[in-house]
Design a protein around this ligand. Sequence first.
Ligand code: ADP
Ligand code: ZN
Ligand code: ZN
Length: 726
Amino acid sequence: MTSLIRVALDVPVARLFDYRCDDAAAVIGARVLVPFGRQRLIGIIVAKPDTSDVPENKLRRAFSVLDREPLLQRADLLLLEFAADYYVHPLGAVVMVTLPAALRRVNTRAKTPGAWTLTEAGNALTEDALPPRARAQRTLLGLLREQSVLPHTVISAAGTACRKALQTFVAEGWVTATDAPPHAVAVALPPGIAPQLTGDQFVAVEAITTALGRYQALLLLGITGSGKTEVYLHAMATALSHNRQVLLLVPEIALTPQLESLVIARFPEVMVSTLHSGLADGERAERWQAARSGQARIVLGTRLSVFTPLPDLGLIIVDEEHDSSFKQGEGFRYSARDLAVVRARQAGIPVVLGSATPALETYRNALDGRYQLLPLKNRIQAGLPAIHCVDLRQHKAEDGLSPTLVAAIAERIARNEQSMVFINRRGYAPVLMCGSCGWMSDCERCSAKRVLHLRDRRLRCHHCGHDSAVPTACPECGDADLAPVGQGTQRVEAALIRHFPQARILRIDRDTTRPKDAWPAMRNRIRERDVDILVGTQILAKGHDFPHLNLVGVINADSMLYSNDFRASERLYALLTQVAGRAGRGSLPGMVLLQTEFPDHPLYTALRDQDFDAFARAQLAERRQAGFPPYVHQALLRAEARELKTALAFLEQAAQAAQGLDSGVTVYDPVPANMMRRAGRERAQLLVQTASRTALRSFLNAWRPLLADTESTPARWSLDVDPLDF
Ligand code: ADP
Ligand code: ZN
Ligand code: ZN
């Protein structure tokens, strides 16, 4: 019987496509190979409509259905549909980009599936239809008829000719990959090696496990070192013992592999699927399939894994929920943190958001009672580090280092303890300048300065990568008086070497950690006490446990204090809390020296008191008064073109189209982006804003098709709902 299928395809056109299909396996959620123009594309069946707007004689026939059982269940599609609607992104693109790449490709050789089975077309095949000399093809057909689910191992064993025949069968759509027969599902044991929980931890675990089986968002607000991970592990153990799957989302896995080892060690009986962008396509697809089939009971993953199909999902945890890496920065600009909450609500399960410095959006939800607040107020081991400001107006810094900080490091070296110097810039100096004419090392392609890298003697743009040799004389006036301005990790490292020639100093930034496996080796050196002083950037802030580190110096936080981004304070507070949290995680109490010219700035005062609540309430009050998120909802229309006026003209047109919609949202004037020029393209943006989430959604859904109509425009554009960067 011929039926209609509606297919999601990753094509630039923002709609779904109807086909005819005879295969009984054509169920919602299965992959299908279809003709599209002159190409063959893989898509997912998202609906089986009764009728189509496409005239009968124009409807094309799908080649073959590629899965015997659907890859996506109703619940998975529901989340994708929500995301497509909320972020105003084509459903076809959303469905396809969330699928592992290996499953999106027509060439299925990249992965080795567990087994093969004949498609409808394959079943209809007669031996006469095969070329007379194709003996291996006949053998293969015979094997497939004998065993309806034929393990791949059997084909491999049958020899090269048979494997070649398989390729033909795949290309013709006669066979399709399928799962090997399912394995038994392991049931988690309660953690045997877990430490005794503290009172706060116990209360938090109780609250989470009580919520199993219904929707509840919980904010685990725990200062650094308060044992949030232990709370996750206990809650996970309970969910697993109820035979449910757990999704644990983390900002980054490569930098913090301890968590993965911890989870695996704690649940040795349980299959854990770790999903991150560093995986090879085949590996990613395999792990994704293990999660989808219910074999893997824990998925530990970054951003994209929020979409992993999990038939028995019972608990979602988002660690470091404030981290900006949960937001996708281009294309389909979703927030995995926000979608985790949506997914929990759709599935009727609890979601735990953990952080020492939650996003203000999240914290406001907790203050308003929408999220249950679970505080962990104490550190497990040594107390919180004491934070002191070093007043740079009284204690002059040289090459970024104040005498106070130098003396404190000397003390630590004498006691064989570790120190860390944090600076948010890599390279030697953020800019090279001519003392005579004022020339600066601007990037030709970006509104940014090129950074001086002294090691390899290059001026390099950190935005577009453009670089050149350091000039020996000023390109403008020819004067040789060129001087580095400001501090970077290399310069601070050089200064530390001068102060402490005997010390073992390790610089940790994107330049030194780029080689594969460089970072794990460095981390070992730190843990083995083979390092006295660490100099580094943000990389050092992320959740590491360095037990011998008890002094942290912060070099130029002031540079991040004043910014026209209303989230700058929130970010700086979170960053400094993270950095400070590295000190004193072992048994030694830690100390933080924050060099600043504004020791009385309210942000530093709150940080010194380690009072997130006071800081957050003050920030929220300001946001409410100024009319910023979370009290309003925003979307940003971004455009970029060779020339600024092209981008602005597009936005102008978009603004006019918006006027016609009469929607109650405020549409601002198009303006150049904060970073106007990037990699040779001029960027501009248009902000729309409203207090009503519903108004914003209906406005955006009405507006987007109008934007697509201005397709003739030479500007590239994208919509960013709940933008984090301006
Ligand atoms: P956070 O993630 O909140 O910064 P961690 O989860 O890293 O804190 O915990 C800090 C340290 O305390 C870790 O070394 C952890 O193993 C240890 N820890 C956590 N809970 C307990 C507990 N109840 N008893 C003993 N040690 C604990
Ligand atoms: Zn000059
Ligand atoms: Zn550049």
